[in-house]
Design a protein around this ligand. Structure first.
Ligand code: ZN
Ligand code: ZN
Length: 344
């Protein structure tokens, strides 16, 4: 593939880089200016001099990276200038404060998606379609086997499973990521008559960030508070990361059932079979939503991150100029012009 000049966003060993704006997007290493799409640890890393992120995600970022990091924040759709480019954040619908990054130079518009999903999620803003010339998309679930039913009543499904167990005196443990999944479950359960849900310590501070941003979540009690009561847990719903079983509180746990909430449940991934129940509840777009989103951006060029082979092939079959993101190496690192590039 040939660009007449340096692509607006390139792929470097530190991650996505916009030279015209002097910033990286979700850099893998410490840099001067890191534009961060969201606070998950594979996107937000320690050590950068300045972080720029969407306003509602600032406290999550500080909780993850340290309270004294230097952060500049902008609201969704608010334009700001970095170097020679105009930048704005647009909701990615992934977790609280998650953004796609829109970068414009002259009339050329690029969008880097970060992680995104189209499914309904009461814990964050819905995904916004942003039209662009070039779209850099994630593809965590970028194969056709990852397709799931939309708009499942997750709150009701989890609530009913929990109540069914509770009637027998059994505890219900739902495993999921401590940032994003746990709060989404709490938001899904907010409309139900819940006295309290027990949350693991890793979830507590992150959940408070959501409440501080006005998100309606079901009432919680920390595991420590519950253990202080010294009685055995009975009929409780517990949200926790899988590491929980290495910890000493297990002696207070009576009979229990487990569930895992993840998009990976769809394909039998992540140890299906070792859980009593699986809730297909993904933080990422499934195959259909990846394709739908790419079409809706109207991008003429598409660059795919992560699991890119099947999606790149499929898009090319649809006549879209699609490539793995690695093709966006800076000109200096690229093969001399005139060489024919064969792309997989
Ligand atoms: Zn993420
Ligand atoms: Zn990610």
């Amino acid at each position: 593939m040939h660009f007449s000049s340096e692509p607006l966003i390139t792929w470097t060993e530190k991650g996505l880089y916009c030279e015209a704006g002097g910033f990286y997007i979700d850099p893998h290493r410490a840099v001067d200016v890191a534009v961060v799409t969201h606070a998950h640890s594979d996107h937000a890393r320690k050590g950068s001099k300045l972080y720029i992120t969407e306003k509602s995600g600032v406290e999550l970022l500080k909780t993850r990276l340290g309270k004294n990091i230097s952060v500049t924040a902008f609201s969704y759709r608010e334009s700001f200038t970095l170097g020679d480019v105009t930048v704005s954040f647009h909701s990615a619908g992934h977790i609280l404060g998650s953004s796609q990054v829109r970068v414009q130079k002259g009339s050329e518009v690029w969008v880097a998606s970060g992680d995104y999903k189209r499914d309904r999620d009461p814990s964050c803003e819905p995904f916004e379609v942003v039209t662009c010339d070039a779209f850099i998309t994630e593809a965590t679930f970028g194969t056709p086997k990852f397709v799931w039913k939309k708009d499942q009543p997750h709150g009701e499904m989890i609530y009913e499973w929990w109540k069914e167990n509770a009637e027998k005196g059994i505890n219900s443990i739902v495993f999921g990521y401590s940032l994003g999944k746990a709060q989404r479950i709490l938001a899904e359960l907010a409309p139900f008559p819940v006295d309290h849900i027990i949350v693991h310590p890793t979830i507590v501070a992150l959940t408070q960030c959501y409440r501080d941003e006005g998100r309606q979540l079901a009432k919680t009690m920390t595991l420590q508070e519950r253990i202080k009561q010294k009685s055995k847990l009975q009929g409780e719903l517990i949200l926790a990361p899988p590491s929980i079983f290495n910890e000493e509180w297990k002696e207070f746990l009576g009979p229990y059932k487990t569930a895992f909430a993840s998009g990976w449940m769809q394909s039998g991934g992540w140890g299906r079979g070792s859980y009593d129940k699986g809730f297909v509840m993904s933080d990422h777009a499934d195959w259909n939503d990846l394709n739908r989103t790419i079409m809706e951006t109207q991008a003429k060029k598409v660059f795919v991150q992560h699991r890119n082979g099947a999606l790149v092939r499929h898009l090319r079959g649809q006549g879209i100029d699609a490539h793995p993101v690695e093709i966006l190496k800076p000109l200096i690192d690229r093969i001399p012009s005139g060489t024919n590039l064969t792309l997989i």
